[in-house]
Every structure is written in structure tokens, then in C-alpha cells.
Design a protein around this ligand. Structure first.
Ligand code: ASP
Ligand code: MG
Length: 400
């Protein structure tokens, strides 16, 4: 007998039919003699709808009240799923985050799990209950409800799997696994059998929307092996784990991220400390900077160019405008970041030039380049992004 954690995203529980479908998958697993903990997200677009409702009333509502509101989404789906499982004749209990022992810090809307007290979960499993837990939520030391940030249910599931030392953590979604590129956009996109935590982390961070990146970090830290698979089509998915005997592939995936703004500071004074001044200002306002490029100094001036999220672009300009004189600051939000990810490139020279060649052949201009051991990113015109993904994918992933 094994202990299995299964997580179902919002689209997998979107309506009554889908909830019943999830109940069938869960009870099938239970029937085979396994202990089962199920983590669910809010149904369909519920979380977005709740946010819209709040915005109609007070767009600047306190984050505490937002969490009070948003946790309701998962409360609906756990109770409905428990009712469906009960209707099929199986023992089941639903638990909110706090009932399942999720203690978090006090950063409303973006709380981090501090610990999970497993007593209640263990007691319910000992009674042979199927345990359905609300994802994305916990409680802080003031007994207030908190949420873990958008997409946080993946992290809830991995955290439970880590604490209970589950044999398996299955993340069910509406696609069949992790692909080399978005299968809705790229014709020849392939489903991966396996991927390493590090590769998955890069893909998740770079805009592949299958898994939340914090959940991958946590899975890596605690060695929780993940399987990403479809709740609608029962075929094997993608396994996320530490390196193993994997399919030989130079590149595991190509991603596109349109949530990018390019901020350029031109003709800055070329004196010591300016970079420090700029980036400490941004970090003091919690603005996350991604790629940074600085030109050589000439005639006592230099340029610094960097990327932030679209939302933070204008904000960054405003902050810096008030602080720096004699330079020109512009923000371009019509850009996108296209990246390739693969542990294979570490030991494979020529990967970057192959990517650049593919872009050149499609007549796509590169504005910025950034590399790490297992990733190469370029910033390009937003209008070129889909063409760029297709061209780069064609260059690296064989057609069959
Ligand atoms: N319901 C939350 C959201 O939409 C959490 C999740 O789906 O993981 O972000
Ligand atoms: Mg959701």
C-alpha cells in the first residue's frame, strides 16, 4: 500500500461533470489499496472572478481581506469533491488549509508555508478516509487566513507529499504533461517523458504554465518526485525528478514570456555607485529585475538597460526619473523573452549560435541576450515572439 498525493487544478474541477470525473480518479486510486490525499484548486475561473468582484467594490482592498475572500474558492471545491466521493460510497473528509495544519508566515497574498502539523491528516488517513485538502491557503500566527500566491495549490500538494513522505505526488491538469513548447501554438511540440527539477524550474520561471515554480523548488529540496498528467486523458504524463537515465536531448523546451518591459537609461554619468543606486532603489520597492546590460563608458557616460515585469516598467521609470538627472529613461513594453532550457547545453558548445542562427534565418532582431548554465534567453519584439519560438523549436527538436 502506498500513500499518494493527487492535486487537481481549477480546470479539472470546473463543473459538476469534472468534479465527478476527479472523484472517479481518486476513488480508483483508493480502491487499489492506497492512502489518498487530494489537493484541489478553486473551480475554473473562480479566483479571477473573486478578484474582479473585489475590484468592483474596492480596488485597493487590504490584502488580509483579499485572502479572506480568495480562500472561499477552494472551500467550495473541496466540499463539492467530498460530496461527489461520498456519493460514490467512499469514506471521505474535506479539510481547509488550517484544518490540515498549514501554518504560514503573515505575508498576505504571498504567504510562505512555515510548517504543516500533520496530526489531523494522519488521523484521518488512519481512519481510512480519503482526505480532500484546500490548496493555496493556510493560517498565520494571528489566526488569520492567508494565501500562497497565484497557482499556489501545486505548492500545497508538494508540501503535503514532503511532510507525509508520500510515495508519489501526481499533479493533474488539462494537458498531458510538460511539452517542449506550448502544444497549442507549436505544431511539433513533444511531450517529455522526464525532466530534471532544475530544467523544470527554469521552464516554470520562464513562462511554461504547467507547474508553479515554488512547488518545483520545494519538490527538489525535499526530493518529492512529481508526475504531471491529464485528468481527462489517462495516459502517462511527465515525471519531474533528479537526473536519471533520461532521453538524450540537448534542449528540453522553448518558452515565451510576454510579461516583460525593457527599461533603458541612456547617457548616465559614468561614476562609481550608479548601478548600486539604481538597483537598490528598485529593490527597496520590491521590483524584481531580470536581465541587466551595461554598456562601456564613453565620454563620461554609459547606458544601463534592464528588464522587469510589464506592470513594473512604468513604475521603475517613475522611480528613477525622480532620482537621476541628465539622462534619458525610456520603457518599451512591446517586447518578449524567448528562452531555451536544457541541461544538455552545459556540455555542448554551439548551442547559443544555433539559437541565434534560427532567429537570424527568420529575420528576427535580438535586443538582449542572457545565459545561464542550462538556459539561454533573448529579448525580442513582442510581435516576433511566436515566430521565434517556432523557428527555435524547429532548430532543436527533431521532426518525426
Ligand atoms: N485558485 C488559486 C489560483 O487560481 C490557486 C491555484 O489555482 O493553484 O491562483
Ligand atoms: Mg486556479
Amino acid at each position: 500500500m502506498a500513500l499518494i498525493v493527487q492535486k487537481f487544478g481549477g480546470s479539472s474541477v470546473a463543473d459538476a461533470e469534472r468534479v465527478k470525473n476527479v472523484a472517479r480518479i481518486v476513488t480508483e486510486t483508493y480502491k487499489q489499496g492506497n492512502d489518498v490525499v487530494v489537493v484541489v484548486s478553486a473551480q475554473g475561473d473562480t479566483t479571477d472572478d473573486l478578484i474582479a468582484k473585489a475590484n468592483e467594490i474596492n480596488p485597493k482592498a487590504a490584502k488580509r481581506e483579499m485572502d479572506q475572500l480568495l480562500t472561499a474558492g477552494e472551500q467550495i471545491s473541496i466540499s463539492l469533491l467530498a460530496m461527489a466521493i461520498e456519493g460514490m460510497g467512499y469514506p471521505v473528509i474535506s479539510l481547509l488549509g488550517w484544518q490540515a495544519g498549514f501554518n504560514t508566515n503573515s505575508i498576505y497574498n504571498a504567504a510562505r508555508i512555515k510548517n504543516i502539523k500533520p496530526n489531523r491528516l494522519q488521523a484521518e488517513l488512519a481512519k481510512h478516509n480519503i482526505v480532500v485538502v484546500a490548496g493555496f491557503q493556510g493560517i498565520n500566527r494571528y489566526d488569520d487566513l492567508t494565501t500562497l500566491g497565484r497557482g499556489g495549490s501545486d505548492t500545497s500538494a508538494v508540501a503535503i507529499a514532503a511532510v507525509l513522505k508520500a510515495d508519489k505526488c501526481q499533479i493533474f491538469t488539462d494537458v498531458e504533461g510538460v511539452y517542449t513548447a506550448d502544444p497549442r501554438k507549436v505544431e511539433n511540440a513533444k511531450k517529455l517523458k522526464e525532466i530534471t527539477y532544475d530544467e523544470m524550474l527554469e521552464l516554470a520561471t520562464l513562462g511554461a504554465q504547467v507547474l508553479n515554480n515554488r512547488s518545483v523548488e520545494m519538490a527538489k529540496k525535499y526530493g518529492v518526485e512529481l508526475e504531471v498528467l491529464s485528468s481527462l486523458n489517462p495516459v502517462p504524463g511527465t515525471i519531474v525528478k533528479e537526473v536519471a537515465k533520461m532521453e538524450k536531448m540537448l534542449i528540453r523546451g522553448v518558452t515565451k514570456d510576454k510579461d516583460v518591459a525593457l527599461v533603458s537609461i541612456l547617457n548616465l554619468q559614468d561614476t562609481p555607485g550608479v548601478a548600486f543606486k539604481i538597483f537598490s532603489k528598485l529593490s527597496s520597492k520590491n521590483i524584481n529585475v531580470d536581465i541587466i546590460l551595461q554598456s562601456f563608458g564613453r565620454d563620461g557616460t554609459k547606458d544601463i538597460v534592464f528588464t522587469v515585469s510589464k506592470e513594473n516598467g512604468p513604475l521603475a521609470v517613475e522611480l528613477l526619473d525622480g532620482m537621476l538627472d541628465d539622462c534619458k529613461i525610456v520603457c518599451n513594453t512591446e517586447v518578449a523573452k524567448v528562452s531555451i532550457v536544457g541541461a544538455g547545453m552545459e556540455s555542448h558548445p554551439g548551442t547559443a549560435s544555433k539559437m541565434f542562427e534560427a532567429l537570424y534565418e527568420s529575420n528576427i532582431n535580438i535586443q538582449m541576450i542572457s545565459t545561464s548554465e542550462i538556459k539561454i534567453s533573448v529579448v525580442i519584439d513582442a510581435d516576433d515572439a511566436d515566430r521565434a519560438v517556432a523557428a527555435v523549436h524547429r532548430a532543436f527538436i527533431p521532426n518525426d
